[in-house]
Design a protein around this ligand. Structure first.
Ligand SMILES: Cc1cc2nc3c(=O)[nH]c(=O)nc-3n(C[C@H](O)[C@H](O)[C@H](O)COP(=O)(O)OP(=O)(O)OC[C@H]3O[C@@H](n4cnc5c(N)ncnc54)[C@H](O)[C@@H]3O)c2cc1C
Length: 312
């Protein structure tokens, strides 16, 4: 395992500790807001409009992970539908990301239905009416099979102009997963992967993850599919630019995606160069898990957090 992975695994393990969570949740909002647009829906919509002014589109993301009750999952889905409604007519393309676990993916109803699917269908129905797009985020590896299976069903029902999903380059299985989805002509976001995963399922070295990342993007584009290249890694971005040029892949077949608060300069620059760029704009009060993953991605972020917390 290389040093990057050791750092990432350590931060993610510490972040899961209950005492650490309590301290950070109380003191770190002033720091977290670098990565999170705000707690309210309207703040997130304002952030999208702000990005639109510099040529970057937004992906609205209501923060929240696995929920354990039917009522909470339904309320979460209701809030996403309210978000879609609030975004209607605001003058930007409506694009949201959801985690199926936050709308009930792990809950089976008395009639045998998966609550995540029931809620995903409600969200996608409204999205389709509004000509909006919904990306199903990918979570940790035990959820990958179910998410891909549910994605397949949902593309069949709503089409690939309304729903897409995510593949993670750190998982050994992902090349096969990508190929197995080709018949759907899917809109896929390729990411490196943000969760704490064991060596039994994920590459322990960053170099291998980066290599697989490039392979996945190239294969997906070569297969004629739409690809969301979601990374801040400049060397990968430069390679993708070269690849599309050499292979005459039109700009309409891919886009770059990045996270709110990270490399805004690069986002704006790529948009100026004529590429489609979308920034993932998270909002909501349940920001801790998302924030921990951003800290785990970069050693310098730990100092940023500590300084911010000391300033209090
Ligand atoms: C739009 C989008 C959606 C995503 N959705 C998912 C998802 O559904 N599932 C999932 O597992 N992961 C998701 N991720 C996260 C992803 O897996 C990576 O953890 C994250 O993007 C960091 O990896 P990187 O590709 O930027 O490359 P890295 O090699 O980690 O970073 C490259 C460079 O980017 C900059 N950088 C990266 N991260 C940070 C940071 N936190 N703070 C400051 N600078 C940073 C640094 O300059 C770094 O040197 C998503 C990422 C993006 C951009």
């Amino acid at each position: 395992m290389d040093l990057n992975q050791v750092y990432r695994n350590t931060v993610l393990s510490v972040a899961n500790n209950k005492t650490v969570q309590d301290i950070v949740k109380q003191r770190a909002w002033s720091v977290a807001k670098r990565f999170v647009a705000g707690e309210e829906r309207q703040t997130a919509i304002a952030a999208v409009k702000d990005m639109e002014k510099v040529g970057v589109h937004g992906i609205l993301d209501l923060l929240g992970e696995f929920v354990d009750t039917e009522a909470k999952a339904n309320e979460f889905a209701d809030e996403i539908i309210r978000l879609l409604d609030a975004a209607e007519g605001q003058g930007f393309p409506i694009y949201v990301a959801i985690k199926l676990s936050s709308v009930g993916q792990k809950i089976t109803l008395a009639n045998g239905e998966n609550l995540g699917m029931v809620n995903a269908r409600r969200i996608l129905k409204r999205a389709k009416e509004l000509n909006a797009f919904v990306a199903l985020d990918m979570e940790d590896h035990p959820l990958v099979d179910l998410t891909l299976e549910q994605f397949r069903t949902l593309v069949g029902e709503f089409g690939n102009q309304t729903v897409g999903t995510v593949l993670q380059a750190y998982l050994y299985r992902t090349e096969q997963d990508r190929a197995s989805l080709d018949d759907l002509k899917p809109n896929l976001r390729i990411v490196k992967g943000a969760y704490l995963e064991p060596e039994s399922v994920a590459y322990p070295n960053k170099r291998d993850v980066d290599l697989q990342y490039r392979r996945l993007v190239y294969q997906h584009l070569k297969a004629g599919n739409y690809c969301c290249v979601a990374t801040h890694d400049e060397s990968i971005i430069e390679d993708v630019k070269r690849f599309v040029q050499m292979n005459k892949i039109p700009y309409s077949q891919f886009e770059f995606q990045m996270l709110y608060g990270i490399r805004r300069d690069l986002q704006v620059q790529l948009a100026k160069e004529g590429y489609t760029v979308r920034a993932y704009i998270p909002y909501g009060s349940d920001w801790y898990a998302y924030f921990s993953r951003r800290i785990a991605e970069r050693p310098a972020n730990v100092m940023f957090v500590l300084r911010g917390m000391l300033r209090g």
